[in-house]
Design a binder for this molecule. Structure first.
Ligand SMILES: NC(=O)c1ccc[n+]([C@@H]2O[C@H](COP(=O)([O-])OP(=O)(O)OC[C@H]3O[C@@H](n4cnc5c(N)ncnc54)[C@H](O)[C@@H]3O)[C@@H](O)[C@H]2O)c1
Ligand SMILES: [Zn+2]
Length: 364
């Protein structure tokens, strides 16, 4: 069991990584909120697979939602707030989110606004949620005009990442989560990236030691970056979006469905960010080639043409990138100086980017 502190002053909390944590959730939650009643928020899939492993001494009931991104909606948010109220949840009580990033984002946002904000605990059950979405306090729902555009910063009181929960996760979801782990290596830890080149497959195969290292190192990196820039005001936290501006454009063009998962889009986006950095002479071309080779070796895509729906129009991708919420103030893009060192490049010229997209196979 590993405990990583997210150092945010009076909002600081622990992220615990280990096995058998679902069974111990009651005791671990009681240690941070002794008298709180709790409502478990989960989805039908996770409920069927894992709900019975969790016993909360002061359970006030469950709120169970449909699995899938469409659950991050105004409609489900309203339903959830009403459900919390029906179950009698008060200001000192807790929301306990058990599931992937969808449940964590929705339940966290409900906790942020219900009675002007109550506490919540994250129990992430996908690799993506364990290494990324459960840490850092970004909560949100999607709207008709874009993903994650209505939300709040609201830090959890505790995060419990139980590696046993990943035993039931489909392989494609594991690979999608691995893309975010690769991202951490690329943006800030060449040693992690080198380790993944050797052990990426072992992580996918759920080798216990490899899995624990991948999750713990990712959480450690995210915790450090979030502690340095909680509300994404200095640019430090922005590097977490490496591969995401390209990736979000691709996800939007492919329809935000099963055709391309978030992690697959991020994998292509990271490879593109390195190739673009190399094309702009910011980073050695040999690093861009190595990024592509290592990502590809885990079975993740690295090229536009591997995304279903390809070829894409360069102008369509460019318009999506300009609208990405992370692209404020000109075209902000996370680029790299080398493997393990990403930075926020401001004012990237759309014409330069357009030429690059065409060179990557987008339609002119
Ligand atoms: N808040 C943040 O900082 C942040 C960061 C990254 C991503 N996100 C958000 O996270 C969401 C994606 O998260 P996700 O990839 O976890 O998707 P998800 O929550 O939709 O989970 C994927 C699928 O796996 C199922 N599932 C969950 N745990 C399982 C398990 N242990 N075994 C079997 N099936 C399981 C779910 O029911 C769902 O069908 C997106 O909405 C994204 O915007 C948020
Ligand atoms: Zn992501």
């Amino acid at each position: 069991m590993r405990t990583i502190r997210v150092g945010l002053g009076e909002r600081a909390y622990d992220a615990v990584i280990g096995r058998g944590l679902l069974e111990r959730a009651g005791e671990l939650i009681a240690a941070v909120a002794p008298d709180a009643r709790a409502v478990v928020v989960t989805d039908e899939t996770v409920e069927a697979l894992h709900r019975e492993r969790i016993r909360l001494p002061q359970s006030a009931g469950d709120a169970v939602l449909e699995p899938g991104e469409q659950t991050k909606s105004f409609d489900r948010l309203a339903w959830l707030c009403e459900r919390l109220s029906d179950l009698g949840l008060g200001r000192r009580d807790l929301v306990v989110a058990i599931g992937g990033g969808v449940i964590g984002d929705l339940a966290g946002f409900a906790a942020a606004i219900y009675m002007r904000g109550i506490g919540y605990v994250q129990i992430p059950t996908t690799l993506l949620a364990q290494v990324d979405s459960s840490i850092g306090g970004k909560t949100a729902i999607d709207t008709a005009w874009g993903k994650n555009l209505v939300g709040a910063f609201h830090q959890p009181r505790l995060v419990l990442a139980d590696l046993d929960a990943l035993d039931t996760l489909p392989d494609r979801q594991m690979r999608s989560g691995l893309a975010e782990v690769l991202k951490y290596g690329l943006l800030g830890d060449a040693g992690l990236f080198g380790w993944l080149a050797e052990n990426g497959r072992a992580v996918l195969d759920r080798d216990p030691a490899a899995l624990e290292h991948a999750v713990a190192r990712s959480v450690e990196m995210k915790a450090e970056i979030v502690a340095a820039d909680e509300h994404e005001t200095t640019g430090r936290r922005a590097v977490l979006n490496l591969g995401h501006t390209f990736g979000h454009a691709l996800e939007a063009e492919t329809g935000l469905g099963d055709a391309l998962s978030h992690g697959e889009a991020v994998a292509i986006g990271c490879a593109m960010a390195f190739r673009f950095s190399a094309a702009e002479s910011l980073c050695p071309p040999s690093d861009a080639r190595r990024v592509e080779e290592v990502i590809g070796s885990t079975g993740l895509p690295t090229r536009l043409e591997q995304a279903s729906g390809a070829p894409f129009a360069a102008d369509a991708l460019l318009a999506r990138m300009a609208h990405d919420k992370k692209a404020d103030a000109g075209l902000g893009l996370i680029l790299a100086r080398r493997i393990g060192e990403a930075f926020l490049a401001k004012g990237v010229e759309p014409a330069t980017l357009r030429r690059f997209l065409v060179a990557e196979g987008a339609l002119s």
